[in-house]
Design a protein around this ligand. Structure first.
Ligand SMILES: [Zn+2]
Length: 258
């Protein structure tokens, strides 16, 4: 009885959110043309992606850093791409944060690292995006805007950062998101680490790889980079990392390579 009541209440709340945040037909069509991987992945769930995108817009708070301005095209482009990884998992996976900060372009962050001798090294890191525990998620609009074209390289900043959000849901950024019971942690880690170690060796040897070499930085980056490829360049992911591809398809419950 209580479960039925809760379902009824959720449906009512979602219906109200969908009325508050409708996405016009022409805007939605434009978005699918600009970012073709949305259609290929979501199909036949394109209507569900549109519904989730509206709910995402209702629950999250966007901020734009000038001169970038928030338009419907901008927020729908971000929200639709962000919803792709949770198309089958549900939007509640993103409940841990609210804010999204859009930068016009990549940003330079000053970093500090202490070496084994206690000496502090300062360096600049160029960021296209960043996800931190509890939010906000930062994204470079230039990278989001060109993601239709960069899909051919397996690159997608939105999916990358939201894969980190899924990874951090258990409190740790370690390449292991909250897993369903049928996908045990030891099995996940065995597949992830086997492919990660082989990938690091190939990147160190300057070999061409289907995945962004940035994935060699750490297992959590490898998970994020492989997630990008699953959604925007699945055939190449499957060809080079068949076991990892199958595992990610099981986790996200989608198989865009079909
Ligand atoms: Zn990352």
């Amino acid at each position: 009885m209580l479960a039925a009541l809760s379902r009824w209440w959720t449906a009512r709340r979602e219906a109200a959110a969908l009325r508050r945040r409708p996405i016009a037909d022409d805007l939605w069509k434009r978005t699918l043309v600009r970012y073709p991987f949305l259609r290929t992945t979501a199909d036949p769930g394109a209507a569900e992606l549109r519904r989730l995108t509206s709910l995402f817009l209702d629950r999250k708070e966007f901020t734009a850093v000038p001169p970038l301005r928030l338009t419907n095209d901008v927020v729908v482009a971000v929200a639709a791409q962000a919803c792709l990884p949770v198309l089958r998992l549900g939007l509640h996976r993103y409940d841990g944060f609210v804010g999204i900060v859009l930068q016009p372009d990549q940003v330079v962050a000053r970093r500090q690292q202490v070496d084994d001798d206690g000496i502090v090294h300062e360096y600049d890191e160029v960021l296209s995006g960043e996800a931190v525990q509890g939010g906000p998620v930062m994204l470079s609009w230039r990278d989001v805007r060109t993601s239709g074209r960069s899909a051919a390289d397996g690159y997608n900043v939105v999916i990358h950062e939201f894969a980190h959000v899924l990874d951090m849901a258990d409190g740790e950024a370690d390449g292991v998101p909250l897993l369903p019971p049928e996908l045990p942690r030891h099995e996940w880690l065995a597949t992830l680490m086997r492919d990660y170690e082989a990938f690091v060796a190939r990147v160190d040897a300057h070999e061409e790889t289907a995945l962004d070499p940035y994935g060699a930085e750490a297992p959590e980056e490898f998970f994020a980079v492989a997630s990008e490829a699953l959604f925007v360049d699945p055939e190449r992911l499957r060809a080079e990392h068949p076991a990892l591809h199958a595992m990610l398809a099981r986790f996200y419950r989608v198989d865009p390579a079909r």
